[in-house]
Design a protein around this ligand. Structure first.
Ligand code: ATP
Ligand code: AMP
Ligand code: MG
Length: 204
């Protein structure tokens, strides 16, 4: 179980609106400049594709409102599909990055995005936890009209979720002996967070 994937694998996580997808977009550009082959798999995309096919939802922010068991089924399908796809595309020198959540706020409470069945399937070398000041995260969410994150609450809930995300990341890492690497996403400078992640990758 502790044998790693043939390619290097990292999970990038952090609470909604902290900037995971933005940072990874920049990382992809930087990686191509240095000749590093990177595949970014967005876990939510995989869940959404399946959920839309089944006629369950229309957009990604509806996924966390589905019945818990339904989300569990989609989560399992997504983890397996990400690794199957990566195995067909990537070789030893390449890097798989999974953009996902280590805690999901569902109607039944806080739910782990990386429970044992998921983390063992993904089997990452490291889990990168992206963080930012709670006030800045609230502002980023408010500015982002492409998403519906209103159900996630204000600054106090953001603080609570940051704490839970730290605990969830470390708990998941324990199951696969992965490291947890905290990266700050500074306001106006997501490229600095992207650079920090590339620095980690050199050490794997
Ligand atoms: P989710 O988990 O909901 O998918 P996310 O962590 O992927 O969220 P993004 O969608 O990347 O977050 O970013 C949320 C918003 O914050 C976007 O509008 C994005 O442009 C903005 N943003 C991201 N990083 C920064 C930054 N460093 N400074 C300012 N704004 C940022
Ligand atoms: P995102 O665009 O990253 O917010 O992903 C869209 C949605 O997919 C999230 O809001 C969650 O509902 C779901 N999702 C993403 N990753 C996971 C995961 N590891 N476990 C369960 N649900 C997830
Ligand atoms: Mg995102």
């Amino acid at each position: 179980m502790f044998l790693r994937n043939p390619f290097r694998t990292i999970i990038v996580t952090g609470i909604p609106g902290v900037g995971k997808t933005t940072v990874l977009g920049i990382l992809l550009q930087e990686a191509s400049k240095i000749g590093l082959r990177v595949e970014v798999a967005n876990f939510g995309d995989y869940m959404l594709r399946e959920a839309v096919r089944m006629g369950l939802v229309k957009d990604r922010d509806q996924l966390r409102k589905l019945p818990h068991r339904q989300q569990l089924e989609l989560q399992k399908i997504a983890a397996k599909a990400i690794i199957n796809d990566a195995k067909t595309k990537l070789s030893e020198k390449d890097l798989l990055i999974i953009d996902t959540h280590c805690v999901v706020k569902i109607t039944a409470g806080y739910w782990p995005g990386l429970p044992r069945h998921v983390i063992e399937e993904l089997n990452p070398d490291s889990i990168v936890l992206i963080e930012a000041d709670p006030e800045l995260i609230a502002q980023r969410r408010a500015r982002d009209v492409t998403r519906n994150r209103k159900d996630l609450g204000g600054k106090e809930k953001i603080k609570e979720m940051i704490e839970i995300a730290r605990a969830a990341a470390m708990a998941a890492a324990t199951l696969t002996a992965s490291s947890v690497y905290i990266v700050i996403n500074p306001e106006g400078h997501p490229e600095e967070a992207a650079q920090s992640i590339l620095t980690l990758v050199e050490k794997l």
